[in-house]
Design a protein around this ligand. Sequence first.
Ligand code: PBG
Length: 332
Amino acid sequence: MKPTVAPFPAARLRRTRVSPAIRGLVRENTLSTDDLIWPVFVRDGEGIEEPVGSMPGVVRRSVDKIAEAAAEAQALGIPAICLFPYTDQSLKTEDCAEAWSPDNLSNRAIRAIKEAAPDIAVMTDVALDPYNINGHDGYVVDGEILNDETVEALVKMTLAQADAGADIIGPSDMMDGRIGAMRAGLEKAGHRNVSILSYSAKYSSAFYGPFRDAVGASGALKGDKNTYQMDPANSDEALRLIERDLMEGADMVMVKPGMPYLDICRRVKDGFGVPTFAYQVSGEYAMIQAAAQNGWVDGERVMLESLLGFKRAGCNGVLTYFAPAAAKLLNG
Ligand code: PBG
């Protein structure tokens, strides 16, 4: 649809900007607490909230503190929380068995949240990197990231998360065939209503740097993730990945990172009309926080403007470390 405009002065486009009331009437997009998914970092111990240096305002929480935080998020009207474990170095192995242990950090946190805040949806991360001695999302043999063997492990991980009570499974690994395998596994195990929000178009990005510090994967990672995560130069390929994941049984799809990839969000929404999400990743968060802390930008306004951008680009919602701060502002 091509927007029409009459010749001046029949059209004065400033007329619809003349007052808050008129601006409100013609506003095309809105941001609400319903749009927010809050990623959080969980660590072992008790009563711990430990700051993440590269992400000002973000902490790693022990399971009891995660449960408290989830209850607060629920009270703020945030619909979903997404868990990322900071796994002790001693539990990282080549076979990544901790990934599907029913009592790993992430699964304990799921159960604690379900008890403390039963109405908030719990989303998980499915990838081997927090448990892998070499920091990759898949098994590494002779320098190669194995696909099919990794998918088998990811299915075990998925089922352990669903058994613990996860509502939304979030595969972030970028292996081929994982969505179909996870969906079949979930159906077979009777987890018919567990959703999959696939990190379908996940780019190999430098914006993940602070996250890898937060989960303690930076030191471990050997090499890069270019053989499985997408080339930032590509756009058509994202549509193929999205379509493939939908055909395999994804309920919702994600573009990641967010702000540098809003063109992809728009193409996905226009092309498929499915629930579309973006991940405003750690590096995006860190940039805004760093500038705000220096007084170079108005942190609150930039935060809300950045989040509204995702709505304008067609997203149904956004994973953002700003979720509680944004919700507080949106709730007045
Ligand atoms: C790992 C994973 C990453 C993020 C989410 N899951 C990092 C990576 O792929 O190296 C990044 C999130 C962020 O930067 O905020 N499977």
